[in-house]
Design a protein around this ligand. Structure first.
Ligand code: 5GP
Ligand code: ZN
Length: 303
């Protein structure tokens, strides 16, 4: 059996036994075995939590107004999911849901609410910290996690529409944010080694919308604003981004009026861990049977 054959079998097994497919593409149930690894990763990442970090956990929805203000619609309108709900009189809604409204489907009565599905965990953090006043010159670190949603339909393993993102977010002076991002590029490689994952760490860009977005992506790479830790899952040629390390310069600082107590606009950076992708990468690398996983990896995860 060739390597490709083994890996194809493994991918199919992950898709059908470690995850539970549903009627919706890119939306899977997580099995007990999958969640055991998620729990192990969660405590491993917590053991590396920077001292003094504030912990915040969020439900998968956030304020639409705050996301609009953050500039998300300029860069990624194609990925956003919005919470909509029924409006209108009882008679109108009943007619629609019972299929009695002429040439109208029930979805025609939907209107956007004040909520969107959170696209990245750290978006919740900046306005909250900004509302508290100046950040100390030494910076603020937040440990945040949220289920995130991105409207990306693909059958590719690891491309989910809904997934858990854990992040360490740094807000402070420019050199504090840069140093934080650099240190996490190093720590993440140690983590990947501890997990026995083969990886590359490369400059990357976000999937900005449209033709203008291509230029933004080139700019992002040129300025080395984003790096990804990639692990082969579907193929060696197109490895999967399992963690990312981002320096936003003054984007969120300016947007939210974040200032250090020296009065300068704060810069921000984040280290993001894709918990579901890391779990998939672990099963793809070490196989489906925990017994066969390297002892050091099992110990690191407590499984
Ligand atoms: P970023 O904000 O850098 O695009 O995403 C942060 C991390 O979330 C990525 O490194 C990756 O691990 C995870 N992530 C991004 N998109 C997806 C996705 O479509 N599915 C899953 N499972 N994880 C994703
Ligand atoms: Zn982030």
């Amino acid at each position: 059996m060739s390597t490709t054959q083994i890996s194809t079998d493994r991918l199919e097994a992950i898709t059908s036994t470690i995850l539970q497919p549903t009627a919706a593409a890119g939306v899977q149930g997580r099995t007990g075995r999958f969640e055991e690894v998620i729990a192990g990763l969660t405590s491993l990442i917590t053991r590396h939590r920077p001292s003094g970090a504030e912990v915040l956990r969020f439900p998968p929805v956030m304020s639409r107004a705050l996301l609009e203000k953050s500039g998300y619609l300029k860069s990624f309108p194609h990925l956003l999911g919005v919470v909509s709900s029924m409006t209108g009189t009882e008679a109108k809604i009943r007619a629609l849901v019972e299929g009695r409204a002429a040439e109208q489907e029930w979805v025609d009565a939907l209107a956007a609410t004040d909520l969107v599905l959170t696209p990245a965990a750290c978006y919740q953090v900046y306005p909250i910290v900004a509302a508290r006043g100046d950040v100390p010159i030494t910076g603020v670190i937040v440990d945040v996690e949220s289920y995130c949603f991105r409207r990306e339909t693909s059958a590719e393993l690891g491309r989910m529409q809904a997934f858990r993102m854990r992040e360490y977010v740094c807000i402070g002076a420019p050199e504090t944010a840069v140093a934080f991002r650099e240190s996490w590029k190093g720590k993440a490689q140690q983590l990947a080694n501890q997990l026995g994952l083969p990886f590359t760490l490369l400059p990357a860009s976000d999937p900005f919308f449209g033709r203008a977005g291509k230029l933004m992506a080139v700019n992002q790479v040129e300025q080395a604003l984003k790096f990804e830790l990639l692990v082969p899952v579907n193929s060696d040629e197109a490895p999967t981004a399992c963690m990312s390390f981002n320096y936003h310069q003054d984007h969120f600082g300016t947007t939210w009026g974040l200032r250090t107590d020296g009065g300068a606009v704060a810069h921000t950076a984040c280290a993001a861990f894709g918990l579901d992708r890391l779990t998939i990468a672990l099963f793809a690398t070490h196989g489906l049977d925990f017994e066969a996983w390297p002892l050091t990896v099992r110990e690191a995860l407590g499984i």
